[in-house]
Write a protein that binds this ligand. Structure first.
Ligand code: LLP
Length: 421
């Protein structure tokens, strides 16, 4: 499942002892396994082989150029949500014809950049957005391909912050509006309406919500076909869940076996937009224990990574397994209940609460597991902390794929106006 394993009581990433990296690079840092990353991508390619899908890795999960490049070289396209992501996608060498662009709030400038590059699809989220894309395409004298993002109103049974396919969410277009838009397609002279898109949420561990949504979309396709609309592409979004704790998510193969019959029945070209499935378990956050602090009620482990480095526990109460880089020797046996907390000035700054762990010592290193997705990409400089370094291991080598921020980075863009000088 992933290439972070103990060998002789020491945690390795592929063939590299992680503590060696920690001593050279210093902590905190994100660490990715190239092999795991590629393996997850290939698992999806093979599971969905019968429909030969275009896999557009959702780069919001982790947009480091080295990761993007590795996936692009393996054949992946990219799912983007901003002009910044378009810029990095192109820097990573992604063919624009493998880029799909979702977001409820694309600005005209962002749309212009993407139309100019002739990306594969805009996943369109509203009627007003269509008008802007049409205008921009007309200005540039080109035709832009659009896929209506359908909001199929299904319950994906995940955290409410990452549920996106219910009618109370801001995303997508309900069936009735989508039908009306397709009927009015003649008024958009510079748009080609040849795709439908859905993305119902993230960290979904069952196939039922996908089946419900795809069935609804298939019915919709039949209805619009009668009106003379030809749909060529169906994009079923991302959202595949991974194991953080005790979840039992389906494997790519199990998931595919459930929905392939439906997908095949459409005869359409299929697009998938997974983020977490590909990169989630391919990355960890490595941190050092600064202090142990016992209070009348708690055992705190104060580490050098905080919510600015990994916000998922604070934001979603997400569970990330915590493993010591050195497995406990005999004298440290027995579990202790700890709150693992960061240095940030907020009580919400924690990586784990009431977590039973082998007895921890000051100065040792810990691995926060499954941190490859929505880890670094949601990191910030809060408390003027330096964004961590990112490192990739391939075989017995490691590579720094992003330098740790410097103090200079913190002050570089601030400006003191003349009157304060
Ligand atoms: N496609 C669209 C249109 C999306 O909005 C997303 C994620 C994806 C694909 C990829 O979803 P994935 O396969 O990674 O589940 N920050 C949250 C997750 C937010 C997901 C946002 N959209 C977290 O840390 O759990």
């Amino acid at each position: 499942m992933h290439d972070f394993k103990y060998k002789k009581n020491r945690l390795y990433c592929e063939s590299v002892d992680i503590e060696d990296i920690a001593r050279k690079v210093s902590t905190p840092f994100y660490l990715y396994s190239y092999n795991t990353l590629l393996d997850h991508y290939k698992k999806l390619v093979s599971a969905f082989g019968p429909v030969k899908p275009l896999i557009c890795y959702s780069m919001k999960a982790n947009s480091n150029l080295a990761l993007l490049r590795a996936l692009v070289k393996a054949g992946s396209g990219l799912d983007i949500v901003s002009g910044g992501e378009l810029y990095k996608a192109l820097q990573a060498g992604c063919d624009p014809k493998k880029i799909v662009y979702a977001s409820v709030g694309k600005t005209e400038a962002e749309i212009r950049q993407a139309v100019a590059k002739q990306i594969l699809f805009f996943n369109v989220e509203s009627f007003s957005e269509l008008r802007v894309i049409n205008k921009v395409a007309s200005d540039l004298g080109v035709i832009a391909s659009v896929a209506l993002r359908i909001n199929p109103d299904v319950e994906p049974k995940t955290h409410h912050y990452i549920t996106t396919g219910k009618l109370t969410n801001k995303f997508g277009i309900d069936f009735k509006t989508a039908y009306n838009i397709l009927q009015a397609r003649g008024s958009f002279s510079h748009l080609k309406f040849n795709g439908l898109h859905m993305h119902i949420g993230s960290q979904i561990i069952q196939s039922t919500p996908y089946i419900q949504a795809i069935k609804k979309i298939i019915e919709f396709i039949k209805r619009v076909k009668i009106e003379g609309v030809t749909i060529e592409y169906l994009n079923i979004g991302g959202g595949l869940g991974i194991i953080y704790n005790e979840e039992k998510p389906q494997t790519a193969k199990e998931f595919a076996s459930k929905i392939l019959p439906l997908l095949k029945s459409t005869g359409l070209k299929i697009i998938l937009e997974p983020g977490r499935f590909i990169v989630g378990n391919a990355g960890i956050l490595v941190t050092k224990v600064l202090y142990l602090k016992k209070t009348p009620l708690k055992n705190f482990v104060i580490v050098d990574a905080g919510m600015n480095d990994l916000i998922r526990p604070s934001l979603y109460c997400a569970y990330h397994e915590i493993l010591p880089l050195k497995q406990a020797s005999g004298k440290r046996e027995g579990l202790v209940k700890y709150d693992v907390v960061g240095p940030i000035c907020e009580s919400g700054d924690f990586l784990a609460k009431e977590r039973k762990l082998p007895r921890i010592e000051e100065g040792e290193f810990l691995a926060v597991m499954s941190a490859g997705a929505y880890g670094f990409s949601m990191a910030s400089n809060y408390n003027c902390r330096l964004k961590p370094a990112e490192v990739m291991v391939k075989g017995n080598q490691f590579y720094i794929i992003r330098k740790r921020d410097s103090y200079l980075d913190l002050a570089r863009k601030d400006k003191i106006p003349e009157f304060l000088k």
